[in-house]
Design a protein around this ligand. Structure first.
Ligand SMILES: [Zn+2]
Length: 141
């Protein structure tokens, strides 16, 4: 007898009437606590899916970061902490400038650098180039 019920209606002995908010729910109508949004099983499935999404995102981010690191390693010998390399060249190799990297400011000149594991790079906007450093070289800039 749920035909005349609206979500939020209270039925003594059953609880509050809801429609399960889980998009894949097979049978959305249920009775539960006042603020309950899902069947307990649907809630579990939602939590599991969210966790899987989060893991996948982290995995994807790590993959991009690893690829970026590989490219920085390849280009480091051409830069050696001094020579500017056109950003375009790294871009062509698949370098992702939007990938997450630790942003730091150097002590000496206050340059903004991005650290990727043992390497770091500084973007020089004026020339659209980057300089690649070893992390332990950053103290001199
Ligand atoms: Zn459900």
């Amino acid at each position: 007898m749920t035909e005349n019920l609206k979500p939020g209606d209270y039925v003594p002995g059953k609880g509050y009437y809801h429609l399960c908010a889980f998009p894949k729910c097979a049978d959305p109508p249920f009775f539960g606590r006042k603020n309950q949004r899902y069947h307990p099983d649907c809630k579990k499935r939602i939590d599991a899916e969210r966790l899987a999404d989060k893991r996948k995102k982290t995995k994807d981010e790590n993959k991009i970061m690893e690829q970026n690191l590989g490219i920085l390693e390849d280009f480091y010998p051409s830069s050696l902490g001094t020579v500017e390399i056109p950003s375009k060249e790294l871009g062509l190799k698949g370098f992702d400038f939007n990938a997450s990297a630790r942003r730091i400011k150097t002590e000496k000149y206050g340059y903004v650098c991005y650290v990727v594991h043992g390497l770091a790079f500084r973007y020089i906007q004026k020339h659209d180039t980057i300089i690649i450093y070893k992390k332990d070289e950053l103290h001199r800039i």
